[in-house]
Design a protein around this ligand. Structure first.
Ligand code: PLP
Length: 362
């Protein structure tokens, strides 16, 4: 039997282990110099110098970002339903109401036309997700936000280094959030990084993650403990030195799949877009789940469905919404392995398997 090809595989090497060991030896385990250095380096490498604030998870990053931007009870924030639950959860956790809008079918991101229809007098912000590593339409969404006086909040959890005409995601909104969970394009174990160009939002983020304290025991507001540890930051700093190389490999892997897959709808990339391929997502219009099962059982290849249940239909929200493209995507999407540890042989195997299943199904 051939070796199993997993859908994702975090790359942790000797350098990450040595960096953790150095922190353990130092005895300075909690948030300290490693975290401050990680923030500075993240800003340099991935944010063209925009400020970065490290927190203990991507979800905390969204939650604190929204609170720092002043979102709270009575407010509405427009979000996609076709995303990970943390997007809408973070809005609900502030006491505001997430309002679900549909996606556009080409890139699976918020559809500005449907967002425009969902704006009410209570809307305070729009939170696009740069899903799978492809930027949402920040130009059209930014115009809508400006026109209606709304905040633009970027869920860039899957999009480290993605860009529009060379401008990186996380630099368009009031804030942007990058997840550092192990399956994301880079990791710190658990963690999140929040970007912002607004010094007031940055200050509130720093207060909110640390019990509302800037000076010890002089708490200015009611905050959380959402700090990143030096241990996690040390892993993140090593990964940050590698993420651009890994992204280039993801892009090469995606180009190989684009050129060789037949009979399935491969991912589209908009003009001027830098796609970082957190996922390489095809559409399988007929029996997607059977296709995925055959990939695993007949060819020993993993794949993923992100996401099988739109957020509005999860038991946690349980809403009736008319989001036809969201429903269609949740039935059709299938993410193939594209991660940087794939070998040429793995890529050939994926092409052979997908093409033969697509041919058999057509
Ligand atoms: C991973 C993810 C999050 C949450 O990040 P965590 O670090 O797991 O808390 C939020 N939004 C999207 C789109 C994600 O993929």
């Amino acid at each position: 039997m051939t070796e199993f090809i997993p859908a994702a595989r975090p790359i942790i090497g000797d350098e990450e282990r040595a960096a953790v060991d150095a922190v353990l030896l130092s005895g300075m385990l909690a948030q300290g110099t490693e975290v401050a250095e990680f923030e500075r380096e993240f800003s340099d490498v991935l944010l063209d110098g925009r400020a970065a604030v490290a927190v203990n998870s991507g979800t905390s990053g969204l939650h604190l970002g929204l609170l720092a931007a002043g979102v709270g009870p009575g407010d509405e924030v427009i979000v996609p339903s076709f995303t990970f639950a943390a997007t809408a959860n973070s809005v609900a956790l502030t006491g505001a109401t997430p309002v679900f809008a549909d996606i556009e079918p080409d890139h699976f991101c918020l559809d500005p036309k449907d967002v425009a229809r969902k704006i009410t007098s209570r809307t305070v912000g729009i939170m696009p997700v740069h899903l799978y590593g492809h930027p949402a339409d920040v130009a059209a969404l930014g115009d809508l936000a400006t026109e209606h006086g709304l905040g633009l909040f970027e869920d860039a959890a899957q999009a480290h280094g993605a860009a529009v005409d060379g401008r990186k995601v996380g630099t368009f909104g009031t804030f942007g959030m990058f997840s550092l969970y192990p399956t994301k394009n880079m990791t710190s174990g658990e963690g999140g990084m929040v970007s912002t160009g607004d010094p007031e939002v940055e200050r509130r983020l720093r207060l909110l993650r640390n019990q509302g304290m800037e000076k010890q025991y002089e708490n200015e507001l009611v905050g959380f403990n959402a700090r990143m540890t030096n241990i996690h930051a040390a892993i993140g700093r090593v990964q940050l030195r590698k993420v651009l190389g890994w992204t280039a490999t993801r892009q090469r892997n995606a180009a190989f799949l684009d050129a060789n897959l037949e009979g399935v709808k491969t991912p589209l990339v908009g003009p001027g877009i830098t796609h970082v391929y957190h996922q390489y997502t095809i559409r399988v219009t007929d029996d997607r789940d059977g296709f995925a099962a055959a990939l695993r059982e007949e060819f020993n290849i993993g794949s993923g469905v992100y996401y099988p249940i739109p957020n509005h239909r999860l038991p946690s929200f349980n809403l009736v919404c008319d989001l036809p493209e969201t429903e269609r995507a949740s039935r059709e999407v299938l993410s193939l392995p594209v991660h940087p540890s794939l070998s040429e042989d793995d890529l050939e195997r994926i092409v052979t398997a997908v093409n033969s299943l697509a041919k058999a199904g057509s």
